[in-house]
Design a protein around this ligand. Sequence first.
Ligand SMILES: Cc1cc2nc3c(=O)[nH]c(=O)nc-3n(C[C@H](O)[C@H](O)[C@H](O)COP(=O)(O)OP(=O)(O)OC[C@H]3O[C@@H](n4cnc5c(N)ncnc54)[C@H](O)[C@@H]3O)c2cc1C
Ligand code: SF4
Length: 310
Amino acid sequence: MTTNYNIPESIDQALAMINEAGGQARFIAGGTDLMVHRRQGNENSPSLIDISRLGELQQLKIEDGKLVIGAGVTLHQLAVHPEIEKAFPLLKTAAESIASPVIRKSATVGGNLLVDNRCVYFNQSEFWRQAVGLCLKCGGEYCLATGGKKACYSVFVSDLAPALIALGASVNVLSSEGQKAMPVEQLYSNIGLEPLSLPEGALITEISVPVRPAAKTWFAKLRPRKSVDFTNLTMAICFDEEKQEVKIAVSGADMGPAVHCEAVPFNYEDVLKSLRKNCRMVDNLFYPRSYRRKMLEVYLKQGLSETGLL
Ligand SMILES: Cc1cc2nc3c(=O)[nH]c(=O)nc-3n(C[C@H](O)[C@H](O)[C@H](O)COP(=O)(O)OP(=O)(O)OC[C@H]3O[C@@H](n4cnc5c(N)ncnc54)[C@H](O)[C@@H]3O)c2cc1C
Ligand code: SF4
């Protein structure tokens, strides 16, 4: 397959290029997710638009009570920024939990928010998938992970998204429909086959996170190895003492992020029940569903007690 590779010099040019391509192009930032999907035959757009050199997407600053992160900032830049370490330890921990040090030097924040959903039947070579039989997400007739359902349960795996959602971050999106700012959780449809809820050709330009001096935060990620492995369950918690509100966000457990926001004090059993309901896990990651469900409860208890809420 030959690829038409484009390097725009501005955001306007990037948007013009993607609109002109009429659904036949994808943005590429660090390429650490997209290129793997292309190698495995799960993504085959004829054109790529390289946004990694756009200076307009590189800002990283704390100003007017908020942190502004350009979509093109790398996970490494986010993790080593001294002010972020002080004001947003949750973001540093989440960024450092992703992939490996080398990958984090290319992988971007925008790309992480839009990382594709995963499933052991999907993230395989074309040869493997053909041999086993194609599932719904690869053009087959039913879901292999559930033994025949007509829905896809591929898992939302971004580790930065739960941290940003817990902190109440919003994202700025540009498309042919104009500019829109929305809470990070609204990027997602929670539908396995089409996990994003964005207009075609939309570009994330920046993420904005309110500074919360009175916040206590917590983060945990379940995976076989401490590096390189994708999540099997990630939980981020932010307890805002000033607002007396707790926000919990989970990835690795459903087709989109599972989010629960609650005034303090709250009933622990109600929170657990709500999260369980929103985490529709099936057996399609490394760890079995039963273990991941158990760990959801373990993490919730641990996170709430370490933020002083239990
Ligand atoms: C070995 C390995 C381990 C990994 N481990 C993890 C992990 O633990 N956790 C995790 O979350 N991820 C993991 N990843 C996936 C990936 O590295 C990260 O999610 C990374 O942050 C993706 O960013 P990127 O810039 O490379 O995205 P790309 O691959 O360039 O793009 C990803 C998607 O986002 C779109 N996109 C990128 N930027 C924008 C933008 N500004 N606006 C609109 N669309 C955009 C692209 O079109 C594409 O659809 C891993 C990858 C590898 C190879
Ligand atoms: S959840 Fe089912 S349909 Fe979705 S990728 Fe996995 S096997 Fe395919």
